[in-house]
Design a binder for this molecule. Structure first.
Ligand SMILES: [Zn+2]
Ligand SMILES: [Zn+2]
Length: 668
């Protein structure tokens, strides 16, 4: 296999990975793109980090991770590996997110059985916060047992690999058709299931049929549906911009403590003191046929700034929420909110692709959404599961509704050598070019494969986090006009950024990439793994893209993104407009100074939380303008004209470390 790093070192890493066995894959799964800070990876040895003559690797490339994934792919599976069936014994009642349960799973050996000293493995999803099964402490959470083994078979339980319960087959082989039962959560403490609601969450069962230490997953692992908990919060979301006379949507939802939809039977949200300039129904019923979220038509009658307050009634009594602000004005450029990066249960996230898009539209009130599962990260990998890709494609197709909600097909090119990028397609078709496929293992090779297609790529968590971006590959000018400056991992902008990224690589920030001459616009994405695109966890970093698109169609969104008519926030719905001599953010243009050698910079901001500062960043130099906790802020000032090669962008900081970043304006 052609590789970007030294073959001797690669072999050394492979040997190390082999001693961990394939279970190493299980042990580290989840460290990739999670909302938790992963364990810092062992630094690669100096020899290993020796750069390739072409463009080297990311400074923090995870060579041992790649070796481990490659070992797993290369391992030879015996025909009996992955044989057999398993099913869950239905229990009464709903499975509520985060509750402690007992889950009974029956395993039936396949036609080739399971050899003596072979094993059957039980593995609840390592995403997110299921109790790891354990066989040693009967009173502690996650205690698990095996019951009813066939006569003559002894099942020896082993929980030494975290998250995995191994039942070794001893005494004699398990013959075809013979069964036994796993009881996960057999003790008084039960086992805590996923804290986020999700349908069809798998509880993985795998089999090492011949006892050689290599296992495979059975074809259909048992699944369960997990519903949200009781209502703990209301969500009211308005669009950020409107033109007087326009009809817009107010999105309301009842959510549980972790922002999953809460199953409400009967309740309503009353809009307190509805403003005269808006026409809307004053009480919005939820529950029953309405479900737990609704989208209500609101007619904007008058220009103004509107913010709604809703109060719960019935089952929702005691809950209150305020919406984000809506600005209505003639001629106002319209912002469409998008989240173009997130994960489902098909890689290392929660929920199905359909649930992902439903939440994006029906709860978060987004206008544009993409699901970007990893090419090769998770329990089963997208690059080896054509059924996953068709499931994603079907969900994307089902939800795309020009004029209302634009969905994009995509995936995350999860390179541990050059940094992660997501790939977005603006048509119904597209392929998964895997970062582990030697044909597509460098950014340049990926762009070559995508050239000519209606596609874009974005680097993300580029300054560090799980792995930083190898900026020595200059972003392709056509395919990569933007970079994801912020997500759940924090901001990659610069060390002086609000909620900065963890494990940064000095000199590898987005501002450094701009200083190197790359004309990148900015977007933010959630990189959500919790099934909640568009709504961030309170106090944590998230990400949204504010797209100035002329229409809600794939073509128009692609045009806007290519022109960098987009800005980023770390979650809050901040309105941000920037113009330099009448040129909008994202422009690459020549500037003609006035007699004083100056240009006119205009900025307009409307934020949901008080603005505390606005920073003007020009070619690496930051000028801070303190703001006295205003929600609406404007600037109109003369600045020395941008010289060729210079860039200028605007950063807004609100109370609670909310932030927005305009795409830069570049002088040609
Ligand atoms: Zn990633
Ligand atoms: Zn991701």
């Amino acid at each position: 296999m052609k590789s970007a790093f030294n073959p001797t070192i690669r072999r050394a890493f492979r040997t190390a990975a082999r001693t961990l066995g394939l279970w190493a894959l299980v042990a580290v799964a989840g460290a990739g793109c999670s909302d938790e800070v992963p364990e810092p990876a062992r630094p690669a040895s100096e020899e290993a980090a020796e750069p390739d003559p072409r463009a080297g690797l990311s400074a923090d490339a995870k060579l041992e991770t790649v070796a481990m994934l490659e070992d797993d792919m290369a391992a030879v599976r015996h025909p009996s590996d992955g044989g057999g069936r398993a099913w869950r014994v239905e229990s009464e009642g709903l499975h509520v997110a985060g509750s402690r349960e007992r889950v009974d799973i029956v395993f039936e050996a396949g036609p080739l059985g399971v050899a003596e000293d072979g094993a059957v493995f039980l593995q609840p999803s390592p995403f997110w916060e299921w109790d790891p099964p354990q066989a040693r402490f009967p009173d502690a959470p996650g205690f698990s047992e095996v019951r009813d083994p066939p006569e003559g078979v002894e099942l020896e339980l082993d929980d030494r690999v975290g998250g995995l319960l191994i039942a070794w087959v001893r005494g004699r082989a398990l013959e075809a058709g013979e069964t036994f039962r796993f009881v996960y959560g057999a003790g008084p403490a039960g086992a805590r299931i996923d804290r986020f609601a999700e349908e069809r969450t798998p509880i993985y069962v795998s089999v090492d049929g011949d006892g050689d230490g290599v296992r495979a997953f059975i074809e259909h692992s048992p699944r369960m549906d997990i519903v949200g908990g009781p209502p703990r919060q209301l969500s009211l979301i308005l669009p950020t911009t409107a033109i007087p006379g326009q009809s817009v949507r107010l999105t309301v939802a009842a959510l549980d403590i972790h922002r999953s939809l809460s199953p409400v039977e009967s309740g309503s949200i009353v809009i307190l003191d509805p403003p005269a300039g808006l026409e809307l129904i004053p009480e919005i019923e939820l529950g029953g046929a309405f479900g737990s979220s609704r989208s209500i038509e609101v007619v904007v009658r008058e220009p103004g700034i509107y913010r709604l307050t809703g109060e719960g009634r019935g089952e929702l009594a005691g809950l209150m929420a305020a919406s984000n602000p809506l600005m209505a004005r003639k001629g106002l450029p319209q912002v469409a909110w998008g989240d173009l990066h997130g994960h489902s249960q098909l890689s290392d996230g929660t929920g199905t692709p359909l649930q992902y898009f439903a939440y994006a539209r029906n709860v978060a009130g987004l206008s544009v959404a993409a699901l970007t599962d990893h090419d090769h990260w998770g329990i089963k990998a997208l690059d080896g599961q054509p059924a996953f890709w068709s499931e994603i494609r079907d969900a994307v197709g089902q939800f795309n509704e020009p004029g209302r909600f634009v969905t994009l097909l995509g995936y995350e090119w999860t390179s541990w050598l050059h940094g992660h990028r997501h790939v977005l397609y603006f048509s119904d078709q597209g392929e998964v070019y895997s970062s582990l496929d030697p044909r597509y293992e460098t950014p340049a090779a990926l762009w070559d494969a995508l050239r000519g297609q209606s596609a874009l790529t974005f680097a993300h968590h580029s300054a560090g986090g799980p792995v930083s971006t190898n900026w020595r590959y200059a972003p392709d000018p056509v395919l990569e006009p933007l970079t994801e400056i912020v997500s759940v991992h924090g901001s990659s902008e610069a060390p002086d950024s609000p909620l900065p990224i963890y494990d940064p690589v000095p000199g590898n920030y987005v501002r450094d990439a701009l200083n190197a001459g790359y004309p990148l616009g900015f977007l933010g994405s959630g990189d959500t793994h919790d099934g909640h695109p568009g709504i961030r966890e309170p106090g944590a970093s998230g990400g949204l893209a504010g797209i100035f698109t002329r229409a809600l169609t794939r073509e128009a969104v692609l045009e806007a993104l290519r022109a960098r008519q987009v800005y980023a926030t770390n979650g809050p719905r901040i309105y941000l407009r920037v113009e330099l001599d009448g040129q909008p953010m994202g422009s690459i243009t020549e500037f003609h100074p006035d007699e004083a050698g100056e240009s006119r910079l205009r900025v307009e901001v409307l934020a949901p939380e008080p603005i505390v500062a606005v920073d003007l960043i020009r070619s690496g130099i930051r000028v801070r303008i303190p703001v006295d906790s205003e929600l609406l802020w404007t600037l109109d000032r003369r600045i020395p004209v941008l010289q060729p090669g210079e860039y200028h962008y605007v950063r807004v900081v609100t109370e609670g470390e909310g932030a927005a970043w305009s795409s830069p304006i570049f002088a040609r």
